[in-house]
Design a protein around this ligand. Structure first.
Ligand code: SF4
Length: 469
């Protein structure tokens, strides 16, 4: 079945107000599949050609200064201009020019978002996964990993805790655990939206899971889903297939959440944002920084992909969320592939610059750069100050993790009440056991400490819904 062949159907959400809209005017034809396959080769060619030409320091300074001065807020940057800025990441890392780019982004950020920042929190629902991504702790063949999947009660309890702390954006995330997603996902979305909107009427819900079809996204919107985040990992097809050799992520899924063995998971993933937009939802895209040898070409691919979505679907595209995942070490040290596979990109010193290039590349207010907890809190905060309207705080990436914020809950709720499935035989599960099953290592700083840090920088926390009006 063609991914977009199902007509768009919109039914009002059951719980809380969704920001889904019957967004696509005149139901345009889907973007050509050849476009998706051409993204990386085209971007790599532009970047490498510029690199091969080499730019003398003085002419690079002139070119960067001119393009920043001439940037048009209605259009953002051309691919060639964005590529030129990406030369500053590793190939011509002139500190003064890098700072000039960050300063230019800060001005654009101020114009677009004033001093506001929206915080989100991921809620993992299952660490079972049938895919085998080599960079991930939850890959199916990682036998050292604790596995957990939560119940509706657990998501309701965590929703109340997190909404009471002031969060207004809640991301459901998890592994490719298809029976669980088929049977439970719609109820989990509904429960999360219901509990969070009861406390914070602005609450919004996003998904970061296996890419789905338009009809599935439209159906989940009726439960209160607002947004779909899909990180492509890499736009380079052979590298994608190397790192993701099997499972639903490699082969895709059908409308019944069955894996389409031998299918094209690379293409289905590339089309996820388009399917979400056609279903009236906000979409997020991103590539894993440093996964590809020419990671700048992957960053340029995100820009080309996002710009094409805006050009094709126009006003139906809510601000694109531009994610910046990074390959962090995993919690099961003996099965970590990161160092063994020679990962060597220096993410932290380049994070703010890359975030700034993303912001500048898109038309004003059409993209929310998303700074996440895969870098140190200070770097994350710098990035928020210069480019990112959207950011995560208090990230704990194991199913049930936030129940630990209310220890009395874990003492009173039994294992069956919290977990639908677990690999642990014990009658009770400790917070330590839950946290040992985090997907990867990351920085942890409490939400209120992040807020204090933001306020010191003159930033004010708002709901992301407020920026959609
Ligand atoms: S990245 Fe996602 S799909 Fe891949 S192994 Fe990890 S949880 Fe599964």
């Amino acid at each position: 079945m063609d991914l977009a062949s199902t007509p768009i159907q919109f039914t009002p959400p059951l719980h809380g107000k969704s920001t889904a809209t019957p967004a696509v005017d005149n139901n345009p034809a889907p973007i050509d599949k050849d476009f998706y396959r051409s993204i990386y080769p085209r971007c790599e060619a532009i970047f490498l050609e510029q690199q091969a030409q080499g730019v003398a320091k003085n002419s690079l300074r002139d070119a960067v200064t001119t393009l920043l001065a001439q940037r048009n807020g209605q259009t953002g940057l051309s691919l060639e201009q964005a590529s030129l800025l990406l030369q500053l990441v590793r190939h011509a890392p002139d500190p003064a020019l890098r700072q000039q780019v960050i300063d230019a982004a800060r001005q654009v950020r101020q114009t677009c978002f004033n001093n506001s920042v929206a915080t989100m929190v991921p809620i993992e629902v299952t660490s079972y996964c049938a895919s085998t991504c080599k960079f991930c702790g939850w890959r199916a063949d990682n036998k050292d990993m604790v596995r957990l999947a939560i119940t509706e009660t657990a998501i309701r309890e965590q929703a109340k805790i997190l909404a009471s702390m002031g969060f207004s954006h809640f991301e459901i995330a998890g592994g490719d655990h298809l029976p669980f997603l088929r049977n439970d996902l719609h109820r989990l979305i509904g429960a999360l939206k219901q509990e969070t909107t009861a406390i914070n009427p602005d609450a919004r819900v996003s998904l970061c899971l296996v890419p789905m079809h338009q009809a599935q996204y439209a159906q989940l919107a009726t439960q209160g889903l607002d947004c779909v985040l899909t990180w492509q990992e890499t736009y380079r097809e052979d590298l994608f297939k190397f790192h993701i050799p099997s499972g639903p992520k490699a082969w895709g899924i059908d409308l019944n959440f069955n894996m389409t063995k031998g299918g094209d998971g690379f293409l289905q993933r590339l089309q996820s944002q388009e399917m979400a937009i056609r279903a009236g939802l906000q979409a997020g895209l991103g590539a894993m920084i440093g996964l590809a040898e020419h990671t700048e070409a992957d960053i340029l691919s995100v820009i080309l992909h996002g710009q094409r979505l805006i050009a094709h679907y126009g006003a139906a595209v809510q601000p694109l969320i531009i994610g910046m995942p990074a390959w962090n070490n995993i919690t099961t040290e003996g099965t970590d592939n990161r160092d063994a596979m020679g990962f060597n990109f220096d993410t932290e010193p380049n994070f703010e610059l890359i975030a700034s290039i993303y912001l500048l590349a898109f038309p004003n207010r059409r993209a929310w750069v998303f700074a996440n907890g895969r870098v140190a809190p200070t770097i994350q905060t710098n990035c928020v100050e210069s480019a990112a309207f959207f950011t995560s705080t208090l990230v704990q990436i194991s199913p049930g993790a936030y129940l630990g914020l209310k220890p009395e809950l874990t003492q009173t709720l039994d294992k069956q009440t919290i977990f639908a499935k677990t690999s642990l035989d014990d009658d009770t599960i400790t917070q330590e056991q839950i946290m040992s099953g985090e997907q990867f290592m990351h920085y942890l700083m409490p939400h209120d400490e992040f807020i204090a840090l933001f306020m010191q920088r003159g930033l004010q926390v708002v709901s992301d819904r407020s920026m959609l009006n």
